[in-house]
Structure formats: C-alpha cells, structure tokens
Design a protein around this ligand. Sequence first.
Ligand code: SMG
Ligand code: MG
Length: 370
Amino acid sequence: MRIERIIVHRCALPLVRPFRTSFFTEYTKEVLLLEVTTDVGVGWGECVAAPDPLYSHEFNDAVVLVWRDHLVPRLMGKNLAAEEVPDLLGAVRGHPMARGALELALLDAQLRASGESFASYLDSVHSQIPCGVSTGIAADDSIDTLVTEVDGYVAEGYRRLKLKIQPGWDVEPTRVIRERYPDMPLQVDANQAYSRNDIDHLCRLDEFDLLLIEQPIHEEDYLGHKLLAERMRTPVCLDESVLSADNAESLIDYGACEIVNIKAGRVGGYLSAKEIHDVAVARGIPVWCGGMVETGIGRAANIALASLPGFTLPGDTSSSSRFFSLDVTEPFVMDADGMMTVPTGPGLGVTPIPEVLDELTVERTVLVGS
Ligand code: SMG
Ligand code: MG
C-alpha cells in the first residue's frame, strides 16, 4: 500500500451536556479526523488528542505538526503494510495519539481493500458487547443534577456506571448513587486528582462495593498506586499510567494495578492495544475499553477492540447520543439491554457522512498530495 494523499479534518462537535472531569470541562469536542488515500483505497483514523494538553501531553496543534514533520515523512515513498507502521515510526519518541491515528487510517484502508472487518482482524469473539457510561462531575456541583443524569443512563439500559471524582466530589456522590442503585456495577475515575497521601481517604470508597477505582493518583506515581492497591479492597485500575505492553507488564507485576483500562490512542494504536490485552490475559488481569469521547470513527474501532476475549468488564463504549446530537458517521446506538452490535463491514465498517462532515469541519489541512 502506498500513501497518495492525507487530509486532516478538524471538526467541532457540540456536546449534549458539558463533560466535567477533575482536570477540565469540555463543551465542544474538537477532533482531528485523518483521511488517508492509498493506492488500494481510502482509510479513516481518529486522533483522541484534545485542543489542550490536559489529559496527556498531546494536543491537536502539536499532533498536526508531528504528523507533518516527523511521522508522515517516515511513511512516504514506501510500499507498506499497516502492521509495519509501529516500526517505521519507532524512532520518534512519544506522541502515541498521533501515531495511533495514522496506524488506524492505514489499517482501515488495508482491511477495506481485503474485505475484512476490523473486529475479525483483531480476533473478536463477540458480536455484541455490554456498554458502560461515564458520568461527569455535575457542572453545577449539585448531587441532584448527577442523579438526574444517572437516572437517564439507567433508563437507557447502560450496564455499568462510572462516576468522575475529585477531592470534594467523591464519597458523597458515590454514596448517593450506590444507595439509589444497590445492584448496579459502579466504578469511579479520578484522573490523577489524588496523591499517595490520600490513601486513608480513598479507602472510604471501599464501602460502596465498587468494580474498581481508576487512576486515582498521578500517572508517574507507581509506588503510590501499589501502596493504595495493598490497602484498598476496591481493585485499582490504571488508565493514564499505561503506555505500552512492556509498561503494562511492569505495572501489573510490580503490583501497581489489578485491572487495566485500554485506550488505543494512549498506547500508540490498536496493535499496541491488542498486545496489552494479550499481556493482561496471560496474567489473569481483567481489561476494559476506555473512551475518549470519540466520534463514530474511533467508536467503531473501540467497539471492535472491546469484543476481544479479555475485555471482561463493560467499557466506556456508550451510544453516540451520550455525547453528540450529530455524529460524523451514522450514530452508534446501544439497545435497551445495554448491548452494542460490533460493526461487521469491511475495515471500520463506517465512514463519515460527507454532508455531515462538511457541516462539522472547521478546518481542512492537506498534509500530502493536493
Ligand atoms: O468516551 O465515554 C467516553 C469518555 C470516557 O471518562 C471517559 N474518559 O479518563 O477515562 C477517562 C476519560 C477521559 C476523557 S478526556 C476527554
Ligand atoms: Mg480514565
């Protein structure tokens, strides 16, 4: 496969409600979609970076520069298979979201040409997956607002709830939701908002019978997570700390985590995501598919990934309508039992709807070709 043209579509999708985490409140999803034309056809990729470097160091303007000056030039003029992308880009340090999006677009093009679905390529074992939903911190700091939002998700059929927490918004909201839904699988995500000095406080969450606590402490504090895991009954799950298969193996064997959140963008792409899955399965560690408020392009890929056998916990694989009234692809719709059908068409099985893409695009940059 030879790359002939690359277009970056910078899109802005208004969110149905603000998404507030311990580090940021998002009102509009600004996303870079990559359209890569090759001699075997077109492929699409989504970059999960945001406009600002708050979830991780990556951000959209930097991604475009890294693509243009460092990553794309290493792929040009070569007859390549998508599986060669990680090695071809290997000399460049960091920027996993940027490299992952390029790899995804080339995988999509390659699979469309061969007629195979992304799920089948990844060795999927399920045609449907159970869905969880991530609930932000209430924009007005009100537990009533949280309850209204959660009630809506439960009525829609979600099989697992995740609450975003931070100091001052943790024990009480979790208690209210647990008392209201005693049997609902429930987990919390702090996005690094605590430190190893907060272990006693975090242990107060043990009484709520949570599935897991996600990334409570700074991403580089492995000892802090290990100490917490030794003290807390609730399993400790890592998100931001997990960057590669070797790093996942180290964190698991060191005792810093008991469950792994897999997000392809964070780990450099779906091939690396699958390696992490395999490492975790070999150690009996459950994994689940994280989300980065993806459009239908990234959502399709995540749903395929979540259908691998080691994904034994529901992922942040909600309906498109959880975030968007208008998605760039046909929307993903969870059924009333909280299950999502895994796409079966060639490649990702979805493409942007041209008129909708036009409507949502705020900038179009040609990186290669004309
Ligand atoms: O796509 O459902 C989704 C979002 C899930 O909470 C979610 N993601 O740390 O896990 C996480 C956060 C990061 C979101 S930053 C935009
Ligand atoms: Mg997280």
